[in-house]
Design a protein around this ligand. Structure first.
Ligand SMILES: *Cc1c(COP(=O)(O)O)cnc(C)c1O
Length: 359
């Protein structure tokens, strides 16, 4: 058998390793910000009935325009959006890749603000787009002045803002997003994968869309909607943006089964989202309890908490694994990230952490 280095692979991919959190068989999985609550059984039954109807038609290609799904997503988002404003793909990662295929690519640049979602720079590299790493203010914040300065200094073709930001949990204010838009003639992408978990008073950037045809808001059904395994991400933007994405998408990229499952799930949005409040409560519990155990918890508007004051993150990660609990070590010195799970899972995590006697 040959090895990767024997193949005539692209020079810029040589020596890289594939991205992905470890997928281990661990009882309590709090490492990739999934919704740890399974979808309600009544909804599952309805989704299965839809899939059963769809499977009878899989001899034909699916609706290339996934019109019914776009209508359902527009209805879910509200804000006066219609199907024309919506695009979808197999996870928001694919949506982001299509954005970079259409608006980035060789000779173009994308500005992001680490620490942020690792896939942003990885998708940049996969599409040959040059990644520019900006810097955040203290406490992982991003002020309008800071984004404006970075945009003026680097003139990127695309700006990625992640709100709330993964892995820090920090929301980005609408003032900062509007300032970024004003400062560039390029594309501004707001990755709102965790928007549904935001505390009251933290507003979605969807309200900024009218009159801003270069603003793209990406969302996913993976997190709040408990649909990570189904792979459905989407985007809201000016209809012209979806025309751009049609130029780079593969025909029929969303399978008939994916479309059927997502439409059926969206018809039950309130039940699918019923656990979001519970999860927010567990997130708030982590924000209160972690400091009581001597850690610094960064404010979070998402379903996870980044905490600092960990002397040896790798050792704590391994010790929790011994308790059948997996969290995330992102390589941020002194820090670990934990997903807010069910009440039982969150209790198990906090108890295990306390028992490690780190202080
Ligand atoms: C989890 C996550 C996504 C979701 O990706 P999918 O491909 O939709 O599962 C997107 N952006 C961020 C910041 C995330 O953390």
């Amino acid at each position: 058998m040959a090895s990767l280095s024997d193949l005539p692979i692209r020079d810029d991919l040589r020596g890289l390793s594939p991205y992905g959190a470890p997928q281990k068989h661990v009882r309590i999985q709090l490492n990739v910000n999934e919704n740890t609550h399974p979808i309600p059984e009544a909804v599952a039954t309805d989704i299965v009935a839809s899939l059963a109807r769809a499977i009878l038609g899989v001899n034909r290609y699916p609706d290339r325009e996934f019109t019914e799904l776009r209508e359902s997503l527009a209805g879910y988002l509200g804000h006066g959006l219609t199907a024309e404003n919506i695009w979808a793909a197999n996870g928001s990662n694919e949506v982001l890749q299509q954005i970079l295929q259409a608006f980035g690519g060789p000779g173009r640049t994308v500005l992001g603000f680490p620490p942020t979602y690792s896939m942003h720079s990885i998708i940049a590299s996969g599409t040959g787009t040059t990644w520019i790493a900006g810097e955040r203010d203290a406490g992982f914040e991003l002020s309008p002045a800071t984004v404006t300065r970075w945009i003026e200094e680097t003139s990127p073709d695309i700006v990625f803002l992640c709100s709330p930001n993964n892995p820090t949990g920090t929301p980005v204010s609408l003032e900062t997003i509007a300032a970024a838009y004003e400062a560039t003639s390029g594309i501004v992408v707001v990755d709102e994968a965790y928007a549904e978990f935001a505390p009251d008073g933290v507003e979605s950037a969807l309200s900024l869309l009218p009159g801003r045809e270069r603003l793209l808001i990406s969302r996913t059904m993976s997190k709040a909607f408990a649909f990570a395994g189904a792979r459905v991400g989407y985007l809201a933007a000016d209809p012209a943006v979806t025309d751009a994405l049609r130029l780079v998408r593969l025909p029929y990229h969303l399978s008939a089964l994916t479309q059927a499952a997502a439409i059926a799930a969206l018809a039950h949005a309130p039940e699918m989202l019923a656990m979001v409040d519970d999860i927010r409560t567990q997130r708030d519990r982590l924000l209160t309890e972690l400091p009581r155990l001597g850690f610094h918890a960064w404010p979070s508007a998402a379903n996870f908490v980044l905490f600092g004051g960990v002397d040896d993150p790798h050792a704590v990660f391994e010790a929790l694994l011994e308790h059948d609990i997996i969290i995330r070590d992102l390589g941020i010195p002194g820090h670990l990230r934990v997903t807010a799970g069910t009440a039982t899972e969150t209790t198990a995590f906090l108890n295990a952490l306390e028992s490690l006697q780190l202080h």
